[in-house]
Design a protein around this ligand. Structure first.
Ligand code: DER
Length: 214
């Protein structure tokens, strides 16, 4: 279908950006799965990967790609990951796959963060997709009340525990016209581990389907 074709096309384009002999930063999700398939084809040309989730780690290792602890590697030239929404300034909502914390860590370390999306995720204003917020379990209700005060409608993603042992609130009904300000505001709430807004550190390039780019 169109979405899958768009995901695959964007992922294929990202493969061309991989430096030979490098350790590649790899994200999480169905778009990144196409990127991982491509990395498998070129696994002898790369040193290995650092991964943003146990799920991606398994996919990489099954394909004969070494996965390193981030603390054990130097600079990461390139991080490739998907997103749930992307606005015209390359700000992203991420976390649909519950991997937002490790994704944000690798994005912070990587020299270049390239986001790969199908065209349906390109929006004018972020917020139609509920904003994921990773929270320390004991703080769930406190953070939810604070998010209500910020105008959101938080919903507990019940039954989901992140790779870090935390819970997720998905915040509905936000119109995020100032992503950096909202990211900063939510980061301040005690009990928040990570907010799935990538604005302070946004994508450097966004590859959209077969031929779009911002
Ligand atoms: O969780 C994430 O941030 C992922 O990147 C995810 O949201 C993108 O998922 P998809 O590629 O399966 O749409």
């Amino acid at each position: 279908n169109d979405a899958e074709n768009g995901k695959r096309a964007a992922a294929e384009r990202a493969l061309a950006l991989v430096e030979p002999g490098s350790v590649v930063g790899v994200g999480t999700g169905s778009t990144v799965r196409w990127f991982i398939e491509g990395l498998a084809r070129m696994r002898h040309d790369i040193e290995g990967a650092v991964s943003s989730s146990e799920a991606s780690t398994a996919l990489l290792r099954e394909r004969g790609i070494a996965v390193y602890d981030l603390n054990g590697v130097g600079e990461i030239p390139l991080y490739v990951d998907g997103a749930d929404e992307c606005d015209g300034s390359r700000c992203l909502i991420k976390g649909g796959g519950a991997a937002l914390t490790r994704e944000k860590i690798i994005a912070a370390v990587a020299r270049e963060f390239v986001c790969i999306i199908d065209p349906a995720k390109r929006v004018d204003v972020l917020g139609r997709f509920p904003l994921p917020v990773e929270v320390i379990p004991m703080a769930r209700s406190h953070v939810a009340r604070e998010l209500l005060d910020l105008g959101g409608q938080p919903v507990w993603r019940e039954g989901v525990v992140t790779d870090n042992g935390n819970w997720i609130l998905d915040v509905h009904h936000l119109q995020i016209t100032d992503p950096e300000a909202l990211e900063t505001a939510i980061n301040q709430i005690v009990g928040v581990v990570t907010v799935g807004l990538f604005a302070r550190r946004r994508a450097d390039r966004v590859l959209i389907g077969a031929d779009g780019e911002i």
